[in-house]
Design a protein around this ligand. Structure first.
Ligand code: CTP
Length: 430
């Protein structure tokens, strides 16, 4: 990594042509309006790291919303403005999104604040941000297009792989930044700078985290547990004594470490199997955390954090029940496939992955895996229509017959269509 003064070439090479043209045209519009325009934040950081990031954040030294409206009109897009923050999102006809903000001094929304976003210079705007590596900007105007603005040593810290705050009150102003710092450490393999580490530790001692809303803390946890390897992030939270803000009884133990390792492995397996399916991996980690808490743990988590209904249901599936489920699955004599299906039916994939990771027995793992990959998709040949053509009068009996037929099919008792018919006839005679 070298220090850049100009990123024009990188922008041209790394951004899809469509986006590159878009920021060029945005720069030209800004020139005509005589407004300084920049791309800032994570996208610049990732560009310098050679990581793809198509979330462009633009900052205008001037009225960001007015600028966004004009740019959207030019590009035939729509605008959603947030007057109170002086920000807007442009949505282009092809679905592409672009964030536009007014350069400002304050990061925070105060409860009483009226729309009083004060315009300020880009330098001040960057100063209110979390870390030096996120406080880089690239100019988009005219001949300056591509010029890097690095007031706070962001490029040096990228090179040194250091996460550093810009000033000593950063964590006090926003305690979630300690969690963000751990997230960036985890993602990039970076480390907190010495002073920043000391400030983070001071923040932990100051009891700032109890005051964080469940919403904000959950957002951070989700983000951390959505990184590629959250285990090291969670371990780092433990080192910084932050786990107790997730739950007072949560601590780093060999059991938790082993479980997180198993979750990682199981998730890898699941992803290999279902490249196309979307799984909320963070929720599986949340379940692993819940699993090492005392009995009331899940209830506490559900009280502290605003989980969605689906998330809560998935978490509750494990409440006191994980052990019961695991016990049922490891019954002797071994369950038949239909028995396994009855136990696992309706469980979200996240819960199934969590159960697999938690199970110490290979046999149980194999059962859940067979359920996921084969049994739950299994259907017999005959359907309700066939029952009708067999002259059976439609009614609740259909449900019973079809369920039993499916079970027989799962357990290999009926293979051909003729066998299925014979099975149904025998069933009805009974
Ligand atoms: N930011 C901040 N303090 C926070 C959250 C965000 O200062 N608590 C600033 C950071 O400078 C960040 C920018 O707002 O660059 C945008 O935030 P976000 O989109 O969350 O971060 P990115 O850096 O884009 O990170 P990611 O790659 O995870 O999206």
């Amino acid at each position: 990594l070298v220090h850049h003064r100009d990123l024009k070439r990188q922008l041209q090479e790394k951004l899809p042509p469509r986006l590159f043209t878009l920021i060029q045209e945005a720069g030209q519009l800004a020139d005509r309006l005589d407004l300084p325009l920049y791309v800032v934040g994570g996208c610049v950081r990732d560009l310098l790291l050679g990581i793809e990031n198509l979330d462009l954040d633009l900052v205008v030294e001037g009225d960001g919303i007015a600028f966004a409206r004009k740019l959207a009109a030019e590009q035939l897009g729509r605008v959603k403005a947030h007057d109170r923050f002086g920000t807007a999102v442009i949505v282009l006809p092809d679905g592409l999104k672009l964030d536009v903000a007014t350069a400002r001094t304050e990061y925070y929304e105060y409860p009483t604040a009226l729309p009083t976003v004060e315009q300020s210079s880009i330098k001040k705007d960057l100063y209110r941000r979390d870390f030096t590596i996120n406080a880089l900007a690239v100019r988009l105007n005219g001949r300056g297009f591509g010029e890097v603005l690095d007031f706070y040593g962001g490029q040096r810290d990228l090179k040194n792989q250091a996460i550093r705050v810009l000033h000593s009150l950063s964590f006090v102003e926003d305690p979630t930044r300690v969690f963000r710092a751990v997230r960036f450490e985890t993602r990039f393999g970076f480390h907190l700078g010495k002073d920043t580490l000391a400030l983070a530790k001071a923040a932990v001692k100051m009891a700032l985290f109890q005051k964080l809303s469940g919403h904000r803390l959950l957002e951070e946890l989700k983000a951390l547990c959505s990184e590629r390897e959250p285990k090291s992030g969670l371990k780092r939270l433990a080192e910084l004594d932050l786990l107790r803000f997730i739950h007072p009884k949560l601590s780093w133990t060999p059991r938790l470490e082993k479980l997180l390792f198993a979750v990682e492995e199981t998730l890898d397996w699941y992803r290999l199997l279902y490249l196309d399916r979307k799984l909320e991996a963070w929720l599986v980690y949340m379940m692993a955390i819940a699993a090492v808490l005392p009995d009331r743990g899940v209830t506490d988590l559900l009280k502290r954090f605003p989980f969605s209904e689906r998330e809560a249901t998935t978490l509750k599936a494990l409440r006191g029940g994980a052990h019961r489920l695991l016990r049922q699955l490891s019954k002797q004599p071994p369950l038949k496939p239909s028995g396994v299906c009855r136990i696992l039916e309706g469980a979200q994939d996240e819960a199934l992955v969590a159960i697999m990771a938690q199970s110490p027995s290979d046999r149980v793992k194999r059962l859940v895996s067979a359920y996921l990959t084969a049994w739950r998709q299994a259907v017999p040949r005959l359907t309700g229509k066939d029952l009708q053509s067999m002259g059976i009068k439609p009614g609740p009996i259909y449900g019973t017959v079809l369920t039993q037929l499916r079970d027989a099919h799962l357990d290999g008792l009926v293979k051909t269509e003729a066998e299925e018919r014979a099975f149904i006839e025998k069933l009805l005679r009974r």
